[in-house]
Structures are given as C-alpha cells and as structure tokens.
Write a protein that binds this ligand. Structure first.
Ligand code: SAM
Length: 291
C-alpha cells in the first residue's frame, strides 16, 4: 500500500471510500511525511516495542508505526473506518491489530497484560482534540506500565503541560502531568499538515513516565484536591481558595498555619507553588485533618 503521508494517496482513499470527516470524532488526518517521521523518532520506536495507537483514522500514522515497531494495536471509535484499515491501508502489515472501541472506556490494562509480553509499551497518537485532557489523565492515572506517551495535541495544551510555576500556562493539568511524567516538546506543527486543517496550531509532545515519582507525598489524592482548589480560584490567595473549596474542611487558621509551616507567605497564590511545594503543603494539611 502506498504511503498515506503523501497527500495524493490520502485523497485517493478519501475519494475511493467517500469518506466525510467526522467533526464529532476530531478527525484531522496527517498529510506531512516530515511530521510523521518526527513522531516516530521522538517516540523512539524500535522493533522491540509494543505500541498502542489511539485513533488511527485511515491508518496514516499507523503505517509508520508498523514499519518501526514490533507490534501495534490501534483503537478507533469510528467503525466505518475499520474495513478501510484492515482490507486496504494496513492490509500489507502482519504486526497490527485494529480494535473498534472508545479509548475512554477501553481496558488498556487488560490489553497490555494480554499482548505486552514484557516489551516497552509506548502510546503514540495524533489525538482527537475534543478529549485530549481526559485521554491523557486516564492513561496517567491508571498506573499502566507505560514507557512513554507521544502525542499530537493542541499547541496551547502542550504549552500548559510543560509550564513553569508563576506563568499563565501553569495549572492543575501541568502539575498532574508532571507528577507522572517528564514532558518534552518535540515539534511545533502548523495547520497545513492536516486534512482538513484544524482551527488551532498543534505540537508533538512526549511524556516519559517517571520510574519513581518526583515528589514524595503521603496522600496524593489530597494533594490533587488542594491543587484543584488552588486553580479553581487562581486569582485568590491560596488560603482563601482552599478555604472556599467544599472538598477540604479545615479552618482558615489551620490552612494559614499549614501554608506558613511550609515556609510560604500567607498571601501567596497557588499558581506560584511548585509540585514539591504542593506535596509539602498536602502533608502539612493532612496532618491537621487527622483526628
Ligand atoms: N491517526 C490519524 C492521523 O494521524 O491521520 C487520525 C487522527 S485524528 C486527529 C483522531 C482519530 O481519533 C480519528 O480517527 C477519530 O475517529 C479517532 N477518535 C476520536 N475519538 C476517539 C475515541 N474516543 N476513541 C478512539 N478513537 C477516537
């Protein structure tokens, strides 16, 4: 099968099967060979790897993954694309399985147990942008034995994932991602690399999962509750943001004392704290929450 990285071949498939792009599934297919190669090299795919692709579309990135990886499993929600993938665009590869499923309700743990065979497991995708955050958070929070996640996402989201404390892009998602992984911006990708063109600029980001967590915290669920409180009302002081948050019941005095016990000013805002400082604050608040 001819490479779909070549726009002419993509157009031929679109015409042959009368494909209309499903906006509700975030369908923007890649049509740039350099970007496709860049994704493969950024993810460092080798024949030793087991790759999970989310949303193969008509199989453009999947073809590159099949060439580079040991085995590929591609999970696609749009069942109308399945016959095109299995009978046409991916038919010459014997190391790929296509599954019709919604990644958000799919059991990735069971898939890895069944097919991973101890190989490095890498997730690679040109993600559907309408569910970028839920997909990333589900993959990270499920405690899967993943080596890395290399994904095309909106540039704006990529900037948030690798933001530093005190900047406008820094937020709850930054801290959540950095708790689980090391983000690396591999490439900026303009709109004209896709068909149809998305409304926003894109970027390829690689998240390499930490072997050990970068901070120690007694209760990570409490830490993420405090983080949500802080960014729920990010213009307020941290004391007030936590005090106003219904899921944390502690007196304002105890919140202030916890913040000060971490060497932080009572007037500080949550957006100024690093992950390590949120971890320390969580332990301080946790100690006061105990009976
Ligand atoms: N990988 C192809 C490429 O790079 O050209 C297509 C990428 S397109 C941005 C996103 C793909 O994800 C579409 O094929 C879409 O149908 C699929 N998709 C959308 N929501 C999904 C979901 N919840 N689970 C699995 N696939 C999904």
């Amino acid at each position: 099968m001819a490479s779909l990285g070549n726009p002419q071949n993509t157009i031929a498939i679109l015409n042959k099967y009368h494909i209309t792009f499903q906006k509700r599934f975030g369908q923007n297919f890649l049509i740039d060979t350099h970007v496709l190669e860049k994704i493969i090299t950024s993810a460092d795919i080798t024949k030793d790897d087991f790759v999970i692709e989310i949303g193969p579309g008509i199989g453009t990135l999947t073809q590159y993954l099949c060439e580079a990886a040991g085995e590929v499993v591609a999970i696609e929600i749009d069942k109308t694309l399945l016959p095109i993938l299995t009978e046409d665009t991916l038919s010459s590869y014997d190391n790929v399985t296509v599954i019709n499923a919604d990644i958000l309700s799919f059991d990735v743990t069971a898939l890895i147990q069944e097919k991973g065979k101890g190989r490095p497991v890498k997730v690679v995708a040109n993600l559907p942008y309408y569910i970028t955050t839920p997909i990333l958070m589900q993959l990270l929070e499920s405690d899967l034995p993943l080596h890395s996640i290399t994904v095309m996402i909106q540039k704006e989201v990529a900037d948030r994932l690798k933001a530093k404390p005190g900047t406008k892009d820094f937020g709850a998602i930054t801290l959540a991602v950095q708790y689980y992984a090391e983000p690396y911006l591999a490439a900026n990708v303009p709109q004209n690399c896709f068909m149809p063109r998305p409304n926003v600029a894109s970027a390829v980001i690689r998240l390499t999962l930490h072997k050990d967590r970068p901070v120690e915290v007694k209760n990570s669920a409490l830490m993420f509750r405090i983080i949500r409180a802080a960014f729920n009302q990010r213009r307020k002081t941290l004391v007030n943001a936590i005090n106003n948050f219904p899921e944390i019941s502690l007196s304002k005095e105890d919140i202030a004392a916890s913040i000060e016990s971490c060497g932080l000013s009572e007037s500080i805002r949550g957006e100024a704290l690093s992950l390590a400082q949120f971890a320390a604050l969580s332990d301080a608040i946790g100690a006061r929450l105990l009976p």
